[in-house]
Design a protein around this ligand. Structure first.
Ligand code: MTE
Length: 323
């Protein structure tokens, strides 16, 4: 099972089996962190899991932002990644994303807003108080994680730039620089990786701009220095390494829609009742569960478990048609 669209040729399917370097990383990390850290529920209590600069966040008051499930280990979160700009194997980004230069970095806010601007990343980070949000991340491929992100609601930025009446959708543009990103040599997707949300989805308090995880700045492979996180949608809606946020009137055509429109819709809400054309979405494998590939799969929850918070956004919509 893989995100890569089947274009009539046999694509090398990256192995679902834990790659060797991932297993090694995990063992090294376990040794460094001490096994006790794993049992602790909140990221704040896990002493320095990686080696990046500290980026603490206060406990979030946003409803739904504090899942009390066991966290996926820092080792797994930072070594089992989808970031096609750095390769299509899960282990590629952790190995190759060190070439990503995260300073200087700006995020341009454009389109239908009264106050457009180009924000320096360090200024942007200070725009709102950092919060820790523990979210489930469900990848369209059928695996999931529980990640303690650090950041704040995208709505904070949106309110400041004052969208006009023409702003119906938000388009998220991510970095596409061949000099830094070896994966751009492949034409698996149209670069830059482009995603989008409807305005009310973008304004929802659960939708966040994340600058870090596990109390530290974002590892490059997870989308440094800033990425989107939309917890009730499949992971691919959460664009990494954002360089522009555009307010537009028409529904954006996202990279995945362009690559395989019958497989990846604009909405892409997690929905166990709407299968991907090539596989079921009814259950998921939680990364790090004992038993690895053979661990019992968990049932996938409607809207990834965030239905109480966001269900009303889709009242009356045919979710099979708008998948
Ligand atoms: N963003 C960019 N720019 N490029 C990508 O390939 N992959 C997406 C999403 N954001 C991707 C991206 C997919 S498919 C998933 S599941 C998540 O990032 C994975 O995030 P993680 O590696 O931090 O778990």
């Amino acid at each position: 099972m893989h995100l890569i669209p089947d274009r009539g040729f046999t694509h090398p399917v990256p192995s679902e089996i834990t790659p060797r370097d991932l297993a090694l990383n995990r063992r090294q990390w376990l040794a460094a962190a001490g096994a006790t850290a794993l049992a602790l529920p909140a990221a704040a209590q896990v002493a320095r899991p990686g080696r990046l600069a500290a980026l603490p966040g206060a406990k979030s008051a946003v409803p739904g932002a504090a899942t009390v499930e066991k966290l996926t280990s820092y080792g797994d979160v930072s070594s089992y990644n989808n970031f096609y700009e750095f390769g299509t194997d899960k282990s590629d980004p952790a190995r190759t994303a060190h070439t990503l230069k995260t300073r200087p970095w700006t995020v341009s806010v454009e389109g239908a807003v009264a106050k457009p601007g180009r924000f320096d990343i360090d200024t942007l980070m200070k725009m709102a108080p950092m919060e820790e949000r523990i979210y489930r991340l469900r990848c369209v491929e059928g695996w999931s994680m529980v990640i303690p992100w650090v950041g704040w609601s995208l709505a904070e930025l949106i309110k400041r730039v004052e969208p006009t009446g023409n702003a119906k959708f938000v388009e998220f543009v991510t970095l596409a620089d061949r000099a830094q990103m070896p994966g751009l040599r492949s034409s698996v997707l149209d670069w830059p990786y482009l995603e989008g949300l409807r305005m009310d989805e973008a304004m929802h308090p659960l939708t966040m701009l994340a600058f870090g995880l596990y109390g530290e700045v974002m590892p490059n492979q997870n989308g440094a220095p800033v990425r989107l996180v939309v917890p009730w949608k499949y992971g691919f809606k959460s664009g990494k390494s954002l360089v522009a946020i555009r307010f537009v009137e028409k529904q954006p055509r996202t990279s995945w829609e362009r690559a395989a429109p019958e497989e990846y819709g604009f909405y892409s809400n997690v929905n166990p009742k709407v299968d991907h054309p090539r596989w079921s979405q009814a259950s998921e494998r939680r990364i790090g569960d004992d038993g690895g590939l053979f661990a019992k799969r968990r049932p996938t929850l409607m809207f990834n478990g965030y239905e109480p918070q966001i269900g009303q956004l889709y009242a009356g919509m045919d979710l099979k048609k708008f998948f």
